[in-house]
Design a protein around this ligand. Structure first.
Ligand code: AMP
Ligand code: ZN
Length: 114
């Protein structure tokens, strides 16, 4: 846990967060500035900063997160209607929070990706 990290603090319950899913490896909560009617963030419990920090020891975790995505989508109410998963990596993608997170977005017909 990194006490300076907003997502670590949400996971620890030290900051408010609207949790929709959790298991032993990851937590999903509503994005505070949703870009669509349904927008949740799926984050690992471990503080991993970005995709560029992923090593062989994280392969199981990443696989687990992707495999959990349909359950998160179900909790977010978009399992049947469809959803988009995105990771912002680095400056040009607009990554703001340095704790790896999958955006799970839906609840309307989504436009084309930029
Ligand atoms: P990114 O640009 O991929 O780093 O996205 C970070 C996301 O975290 C943005 O969509 C923010 O709206 C969201 N966010 C930042 N702070 C919080 C918070 N305290 N609770 C929920 N979502 C947050
Ligand atoms: Zn963190």
């Amino acid at each position: 846990m990194d006490k300076n990290c907003i997502f670590c603090r949400i996971i620890a319950g030290d900051e408010p967060g609207s949790q929709v899913f959790s298991d032993d490896k990851c937590v999903a909560f509503k994005d505070i500035y949703p870009v669509a009617p349904r927008h949740v963030l799926l984050v690992p419990r471990d503080h991993v900063e970005a995709l560029s920090d992923i090593g062989p020891q994280h392969e199981q975790l990443l696989g687990h997160m992707l495999r959990s995505a349909p359950a998160v989508a179900k909790a977010a109410g978009v399992l049947d209607s469809g959803y988009r998963i995105a990771i912002n990596q680095g400056k040009d993608a607009g990554q703001l929070v340095s704790h790896l997170h999958l955006h799970i977005i839906g609840g309307k017909t989504l436009g084309k990706m930029a």
